[in-house]
Design a protein around this ligand. Structure first.
Ligand code: UDP
Length: 325
């Protein structure tokens, strides 16, 4: 198959590119390097463009016959989306519309979309299944939900088939140690903990100890990046088999508190890891845990690295291998 991977130089996109190439597919990465890294491409064919540029997209689609498009290129910081919503609606919503329009002009009709558990907002119940009410509480989650709704309309009107994959907390790194998480600035829990373990950071700050959870810290469902991208590969097979447009939760169905993640990292790294405490971070629901039954039943998705220890081990290997300053 021949795929376009938009945002293939980023954290999850780069793992996808590696897995698709290993499976023998042809692909082109489109990236504007606003947050991605050239080194993460490991020699994959690159077209440097911004998906807000309709003409560049038309040239790209004219030059290749893509079987499907994977779209990983979005801004992901919840806090920033609250203070700079226009940035999120421009890139995550408007530029995605431009990409979809170019696909329709080129008659490319399969789309794998990186969505998020943030579309659900504060959970009414956990674990969260796909039918849970969609009530995003920040512009990041709303921008993703708007695209999901747009995709429903585009299927009806243009026959564009899509799978929306709602990620819970992506974590971990390539088991071969070639790729990993690298955000600038880093805001995610596990890499920050491991930076504290390696000494690149003084301590890790726990945002809120007064949640209604057993140890008072937030609970999240951490899912290994390799398992995430494996689900994308299954999702594209599903569309190639004429599957209907749909959405799937991607999580392990198991919740770990911030304190438990720190404790696991202490065990795996053998390092002390200093902790400081701060008030709750705005927009953080106390508990987000997926019900992944649907992805398991329909895609046949099974997590290979479901244990938190394993996730932390791979992320730690990456942190140690890349002590960039
Ligand atoms: N968190 C924390 N300290 C940090 C970063 C994150 O306590 O320095 C908490 C955060 O409040 C949330 C969990 O860790 O409960 C996961 O946050 P992250 O930003 O990694 O992912 P999110 O859940 O926002 O997608």
């Amino acid at each position: 198959m021949n795929f376009l991977v938009v945002g293939g130089a980023g954290y999850i996109g780069s793992h996808m590119v590696k897995q698709l190439r290993r499976a023998g597919h042809e692909l082109v990465v489109a990236d504007n390097f606003s947050t991605g890294y050239r080194s993460a491409l490991m020699g994959a064919t690159l077209v440097e463009l911004d998906i807000a540029d309709a003409q560049a997209l038309d040239r790209l689609f004219a030059a290749h016959a893509f079987d499907a498009v994977f779209h990983f290129a979005s801004f992901i910081q919840v806090g920033e989306s609250v203070s700079e919503p226009a940035k999120y609606y421009q890139n995550n919503l408007a530029a995605t519309l431009t990409l979809l329009q170019a696909m329709i002009r080129a008659d490319v009709k399969r789309f794998i979309f990186s969505s998020t558990a943030a579309v659900y907002g504060d959970p009414v119940y956990v674990p969260i299944d796909e039918d849970h009410p969609k009530a995003a509480i920040n512009p990041y989650g709303r921008s993703k939900w708007m695209v999901e709704q747009m995709l429903e309309d585009f299927d009806r009107a243009y026959g564009l088939k899509s799978v929306c994959l709602r990620y819970f907390n992506a974590a971990g790194a390539d088991p071969d140690g070639e790729l990993g998480e690298r955000h600038e600035p880093e805001t995610h829990l596990l890499p920050l903990i491991l930076q504290a373990a390696s000494g690149r950071r003084e301590s890790i700050t726990i945002y809120g100890r007064d949640y209604d959870t057993p140890d008072g810290t937030c609970i999240r469902d951490y899912v290994h990046v390799s398992d995430l991208v494996a689900a994308h590969a299954l999702a594209v097979d599903y569309l190639l088999d004429d599957g209907e447009s749909t959405a799937f939760n991607l999580g392990n169905g198991q919740g770990f508190s911030v304190q438990q993640v720190i404790d696991t990292a202490r065990r795996v790294t053998g390092k002390e890891i200093r902790v400081s405490e701060a008030p709750r971070r705005a927009g953080d629901p106390p508990r987000l845990v997926a019900d992944p039954t649907r992805a398991q039943a329909i895609l046949g998705w099974r997590a290979q690295f479901a244990s938190l220890e394993q996730i932390v081990r791979h992320a730690w290997a990456w942190e140690q291998k890349h002590p960039w300053q």
